[in-house]
Design a protein around this ligand. Structure first.
Ligand code: SF4
Length: 902
């Protein structure tokens, strides 16, 4: 198919608009635009992109907006005819009649904005219309708005291109920005014409990135303009894995933008990824090794620190054996670093006592999905949201915890797709949901069994899929038929007919995608819930093609990668069973040394062994267990009884303060390696700035400790370690540093570099998918304590902070949210005579804390919710030691508590 530009024929590619077609052939500058942005829907409002078109060479010409007119076979396009030039000039005159004079002057300290470049492309423009600012036209002062910690607004520079309004609507779905007034009185407002700070803005910065004039700016815009380097890397916060373009000036980070060509985030980020980067140069950064002498941590050299560590580890190993030492690796670190950490414990020390912070979040996902499918990872890609008909979100609050994915789900819901939200809290997504099951915390298994019951009863099972691809269905049906519906309905606290409607909606959708988070895993029956979710997908044939599947939303940036690298005590690199003789032989051949055979300790078992005095030493990399692990008093006892503790950190955390040796590590901006996001995408983390002070990357530290212990580990290089990983982890076989390119590869990656977007297309790793049945069991926490402590406390994240807040609390995000608060239902609040802002004592069998209350109908009667980002609250002093029965993941989501007004 061909079309003509100035009578010359050119090939048409795909469904191009005229603008895309002409710009592809004649270059970006060939047609000027104002309202067009590649990551927004075509709008056709400014008309600057107008071109002349004709059906034949000498045919009648007509003017169309090229951005939203498709190019078609045989079309004749004249992008710069005389009348088009005249039209564009007139448009520019009208726009400039409201544009401030001073912004037209060249400023040698600033690079021209996109709009200023467009003006320059016209040469001299003599504005024939009356020049009046928008303030003059509407007879109201449009003040600059500096109320937001990251965004500056000066709407006198606004040219009404609507790009910020559309970015807010189309990308984030927040609808904060809108237009007010008609004709030339048209102007942008925030919320109900308020300032940013009090608007509903979620600070994603999509408006800032798209604004062509600087009317909306990053607070560091002037520095960003002068950046001397831009480095593409991956966000360090959640498992979405957004690509970032980090702007650097004189060796310092000055700002972050989002690359439009990023497959994961197409020019979008959340407030954390775009703005919360200043922690990396916060004065609190640890920048020199510390060794405890006479009870005090004192500065030391790296050599001294390595000497102490190697001597201590060797003497403990000699006296008590390697199993007296344990390590906790970190999902915040790269694959290469996690790989080396587990290699240190297994190959250098000779113990499988290595675990990671996945234990406190997604270990049940890995376990349950492996039991059901053979592979413990997301089956599909987030891009599949475009192809799904039904989104089933259970135990996850993605607009807070996985914001870029959350925004995509919200967009699909607003387009009319079925959204089912299963959550005890009225999350933001719940407001957009077709169905919200506001179940009692801890009743997921009861709910999923009822779903399965109704799917079977309504004859909505995909029999062909079940017969061909699964096993265990007959036994499952027998058990499901025995469930007591009324009893389960009472447990869940939601009408069974409504649950039936949800079951029908999910099972009858042509393509349904499941998403789950920590509201599934951090439960007594967490692994079982994961397996029941897998049942639903298999029963309805929602596996193995676009727009379906089971997609765990991974909490930390590299929780998937850490597990892939062998950061668990039962499986080594590549999820190989450490007790299998074949695996032993495989590892032995590779490392040319013995590999430990006994399954090691999981984190809770490490603490138990510590309390008993059986565990003598620990090396904790990038985790503040004293703040994040449950039942803090018990963790304190374990840590207190160790003979030797090494902590590798970027800040002096509660745990680091107890260490015998503190190793100062680099942040993600100061190192290279790879992170694997929640859709199995291995992406390159590139070094943006040099390590602060005397810090080193975690990988370099581990490699140097290996050498100090006498193991010959080559000098640390992330690409070289990646080669070693590709040689030992079967599903990394085709991965090389170069092949990862800009957008990474989704494992398994074949030898020739071909990656995998969808798992289990024709068969499961297990061969056939395995269905399981489990009866609902109440959490022991509620069984034992609910009489004395009648409320159920459940916890989760908020948008502005990340986990224990070590990083986000050291950025201006703390101006956005200053404290954790407790949500309490209005009826409960009235009964307890508590009002918003009151301080209360929250107490459980383990202890008590004090916290401020917000009265809210986001929680049902009897349920309380809080986040856990601020150490002052110390929420884990009251959480319990109940664990998921299979993976020992703590049950953070169900705590029996009572409350007393202070
Ligand atoms: Fe970072 Fe997640 Fe936000 Fe993306 S959504 S910018 S990965 S925190």
């Amino acid at each position: 198919m061909k079309a003509y530009i100035n009578n010359k024929a050119h090939e048409i590619k795909g469904n191009e608009s005229i603008l895309q077609f002409v710009r592809r052939i004649e270059g970006q500058e060939s047609i000027p635009t104002i309202c067009h942005a590649t990551n927004l829907e075509d709008f056709g409002s400014c008309r600057l992109c107008s071109v002349d078109i004709a059906r034949s060479k000498d045919g009648d010409k007509k003017v169309v907006a090229s951005c939203h007119t498709p190019v078609s076979e045989g079309l004749y396009i004249y992008p710069n005819s005389k009348r088009i030039q005249k039209l564009r000039k007139n448009i520019m005159e009208l726009v400039l009649s409201q544009y401030p004079e001073n912004e037209l002057k060249e400023d040698k300290d600033k690079l021209p904005t996109e709009f200023q470049k467009t003006i320059q492309s016209f040469g001299e423009i003599d504005v024939r219309y009356e020049k009046k600012s928008i303030s003059e036209i509407i007879n109201k002062t449009i003040d600059k708005d500096f109320s937001h910690p990251y965004i500056k607004a000066d709407f006198l520079q606004c040219i009404n291109c609507y790009r910020c309004v559309r970015a807010c609507d189309e990308i984030q779905g927040q609808f904060v920005l809108s237009m007010m007034g008609r004709g030339n009185k048209n102007h942008i407002i925030k919320g109900a014409d308020v300032n940013f700070a009090v608007s509903d803005c979620v600070s994603c910065g999509a408006c800032v990135q798209t604004c062509p004039t600087g009317a909306l700016q990053d607070k560091y815009e002037t520095k960003i303009q002068k950046a001397d380097k831009t480095v593409r890397t991956i966000c360090t916060y959640c498992g979405v894995g957004c690509n970032l373009e980090v702007k650097v000036r004189n060796g310092d980070v000055v700002g972050i933008e989002a690359p439009i060509d990023a497959e994961v985030n197409t020019g979008h980020t959340c407030v954390k990824g775009r703005f919360a980067w200043e922690f990396y140069k916060h004065p609190d950064r640890l920048d020199v090794p510390l060794i405890k002498k006479n009870g005090k941590l004192e500065e030391a050299s790296w050599e001294e620190a390595y000497k102490v560590i190697s001597e201590k580890f060797k003497s403990i190993k000699n006296e008590f054996g390697a199993d007296a030492i344990a390590g906790i690796s970190s999902s915040r670190c790269t694959n290469e670093e996690n790989y080396l950490m587990q290699k240190f414990f297994r190959i250098v020390l000779g113990t499988n006592n290595i675990d990671g912070c996945a234990r406190v979040c997604h270990a049940p996902t890995a376990y349950g999905m492996q039991k059901a499918f053979g592979t413990g990872a997301a089956t599909n890609s987030i891009a599949d949201l475009e192809y799904t008909d039904c989104m089933f979100v259970i135990g996850a609050n993605p607009t807070n915890a996985h914001p870029v994915t959350g925004a995509k789900i919200k967009q699909q819901a607003m387009k009319g797709k079925t959204l089912i939200v299963v959550d005890p809290i009225q999350t933001e997504l719940a407001k957009y949901a077709t169905y919200h099951i506001q179940l009692r915390p801890g009743s997921n298994v009861a709910f999923l069994n009822l779903m399965a019951y109704y799917i079977i009863q309504e004859n909505l099972v995909d029999k062909a899929f079940v017969e061909k691809r699964t096993q265990g269905f007959n036994g499952f049906i027998d058990e499901i038929k025995k469930i007591n519906i009324s009893q389960l309905e009472a447990v869940i606290g939601v009408n069974k007919d409504y649950i039936k409607e949800v079951a029908i909606a999910y099972a009858s959708a042509p393509n349904a995608m499941e998403f789950h988070g920590l509201g599934v895993t951090e439960h007594y029956q967490g692994s079982k819930t994961v397996m029941l979710l897998a049942n639903l997908a298999m029963m309805t044939g929602n596996i193995g093609r676009k727009g379906v599947g089971m997609n765990p939303l991974r909490g930390q940036n590299n929780v998937q990668g850490a597990a892939d690298m062998g950061v668990q005590p039962n499986q080594g690199a590549g999820y190989l069973d450490v007790t299998s003789p074949d695996v032993q032989a495989y590892y032995h051949d590779f490392y040319e040394t013995e590999h430990p055979k006994e399954v090691g300790l999981k984190i809770p078992e490490m603490f138990e062994a510590g309390r008993k005095g059986d565990l003598k030493a620990m090396w904790i990399m990038g985790e503040d267990v004293l703040q994040t692990d449950p039942n803090t008093c018990q963790v304190e006892k374990a840590i207190g009884k160790l003979d030797f503790l090494v902590v590798q950190e970027i800040f002096m955390t509660e745990t680091a303060a107890k260490a015998d040796v503190v190793l100062p590590a680099s942040s993600f901006l100061e190192k290279e390696g790879t992170f694997t996001n929640g859709e199995r995408r291995v992406q390159r983390v590139n070094k943006v700035v040099e390590p602060i002070g005397n810090t080193k990357s975690d990988g370099q530290i581990v490699a140097e400790v290996m050498n100090a212990m006498g193991y010959n580990q080559p000098q640390y290089s992330a690409p070289k370690v990646l080669d070693e990983i590709a040689a030992i982890v079967p599903f990394f076989k085709g991965i090389t540093w170069e092949r990862l390119g800009k957008n990474g590869l989704q494992w398994p990656v074949l030898e020739d570099g071909i990656d995998t977007k969808i798992l289990h297309e024709t068969e499961f790793k297990l061969g056939k998918g395995q269905l399981h049945f489990f009866n609902f069991k109440n959490s022991p926490e509620l069984e034992i304590h609910s009489e004395k402590y009648p409320f159920i406390l459940t916890t989760g994240r908020i948008l502005q902070h990340y986990n224990c807040g070590t990083m986000t609390r050291r950025t201006p995000n703390k101006e956005l949210v200053k404290e954790d608060v407790l949500l309490m239902n209005p009826i409960d609040a009235k009964n307890k005579k508590i009002e918003t802002g009151d301080k209360v004592n929250l107490f459980s069998e383990r202890g008590q804390i004090s916290i401020s209350v917000e009265v809210s109908d986001k929680v049902k009667e009897g349920v309380l919710f809080t986040s856990f980002h601020f150490p002052e609250v110390g929420i884990n002093y009251i959480t319990s030691s109940v664990e998921d029965e299979e993976s020992l993941t703590p049950e953070y989501k169900v705590v029996a508590v009572d409350i007393l007004k202070l």
